[in-house]
Ligand binder design. Sequence first.
Ligand SMILES: Cc1cc2nc3c(=O)[nH]c(=O)nc-3n(C[C@H](O)[C@H](O)[C@H](O)COP(=O)(O)O)c2cc1C
Length: 135
Amino acid sequence: MLLVSLVYASSVSASVDEQAVARILETSRANNEQHDITGLLCFNHRYFLQCLEGSRTRVNHLYQRILQDPRHSDILLLDYAEIEQRRFDQWAMGYVPSGQLARQQILRFSGKAEFNPYEMTGASARGLLAELGSL
Ligand SMILES: Cc1cc2nc3c(=O)[nH]c(=O)nc-3n(C[C@H](O)[C@H](O)[C@H](O)COP(=O)(O)O)c2cc1C
């Protein structure tokens, strides 16, 4: 199977709070398990940063659904690559809320004090997610 990893940033819609994110995660975990998709979702009230891993076809289909989801906007593809193995193989969709995003980590990967995935390169976004995933 051809495995890929896709990373994007997006802006959280005004109506989306922690409870709404909990619902997104619930659906995501159920769907992803069924489609053998794994990944990690970061959320800080303003932005989402998500990595999706799995078969190329399935990740592409999911991404097309996610693009149409009104719970976020301004979706920006940061990184897309074929991979040999998964980084988040233990998670149908791991979750890192803003409280767990350490200031030092954000500084190290983005050069900025505030978490803003739009200002990150694909490599830094991948690096940050990989580090968060190994906590
Ligand atoms: C930030 C964000 C991340 C999402 N991640 C996933 C995901 O990993 N897997 C998934 O199935 N749906 C995800 N969704 C939800 C999809 O956009 C869509 O609502 C869902 O897949 C539809 O599932 P259903 O047909 O079972 O209702 C995400 C939505 C948002 C806003």
